[in-house]
Design a protein around this ligand. Structure first.
Ligand code: F6R
Length: 253
């Protein structure tokens, strides 16, 4: 018999957004409680995403008062480029100049939604100067144990837009029109949305030991089906996850 090259993605049907988020958060809790390594390369490492979808997971994690996250590292999958200098330029001469967090940065978003309440050991974000080092940094930590992902309406994961190659590592991207439009809801006007970002690549994401991809809302149904019930294609970057050995995908209305 021909052995399959990989395990198929696992579909879970949690029934509600709240249950979906609870399931992912419980798995993170089990990881954190079970791993408990104190050495640098043996601490729990969680890969995080921004956007609306994972917010429920972060709410669930915040409820886990008996879980000690102080030895856990987090790594965010992507970050905008170009916000900081603009922000600093506007503030120049005013109090707050040099403040490292632009209010629209993903770093700030994560602080508001998670880091303010949970005291992780350390949290990492890719930066423009780190394209060559970010993947080695992750490897030095022993790799990502659990990676959380959303999916863009164009099939992107992280900011790996359609056309991204399977072997891509952390890299700078020009955001597509559709991503800029989708993300404009977080900005005053569409012109304020950064045009560039840095993202872990497909290969960087595929190296995670376990992946949970979450999708919510009818506007995600078509792309979810294309990604996980259709062929593996660079046109739908999330479809590469079909080749991962431990990837669970979940959709709810
Ligand atoms: C953001 C990220 C993106 C989002 C995707 C879905 O860090 O990695 O790939 O996961 O754009 O965004 P939401 O959840 O807002 O629909």
């Amino acid at each position: 018999m021909i052995q399959p090259q990989h395990m198929p993605v696992k579909f879970k049907h949690p029934g509600s957004y709240q249950k979906m988020c609870h399931l992912v958060a419980s798995n993170i809790k089990d990881l954190v409680k079970g791993k408990g390594g104190k050495e640098y390369h043996n601490r729990p490492v969680i890969g995080l995403a921004t956007g609306t979808t994972p917010l429920g997971v972060y709410e669930e994690l915040k409820k886990m008062k008996n879980t000690n996250f102080s030895d856990t590292y987090t790594i965010n999958v992507d970050e905008y480029i170009g916000l900081e200098p603009e922000f600093n330029a506007r503030l120049k001469g005013k109090e707050g100049y040099g403040f490292p967090q632009h209010p629209k940065s993903y770093y700030h978003y994560m602080t508001e939604h998670l880091f303010r309440d949970i005291n992780f050991k350390r949290s990492f974000f890719p930066g423009e100067s780190q394209t060559d080092t970010f993947d080695s940094l992750i490897a030095a930590m022993g790799g990502i144990d659990i990676q959380i992902l959303g999916i863009g309406t164009n099939g992107h994961i992280g900011f790996n837009e359609p056309g991204t190659s399977r072997d891509s590592l952390t890299h700078v991207v020009d955001l597509t029109e559709s991503t800029i439009k989708d993300n404009s809801r977080f900005f005053d006007t569409i012109n304020d949305v950064p045009k560039r970002a840095i993202t872990m690549g497909i290969e960087s994401i595929m190296r995670a030991k376990r992946i949970y991809l979450l999708a919510q809302g009818k506007h995600k149904k078509d792309i979810f089906d294309k990604a996980f019930k259709g062929e593996i294609t660079p046109d739908v970057p999330a479809s590469y996850l079909q080749e991962h050995s431990d990837c669970t995908v979940m959709y709810c209305d």
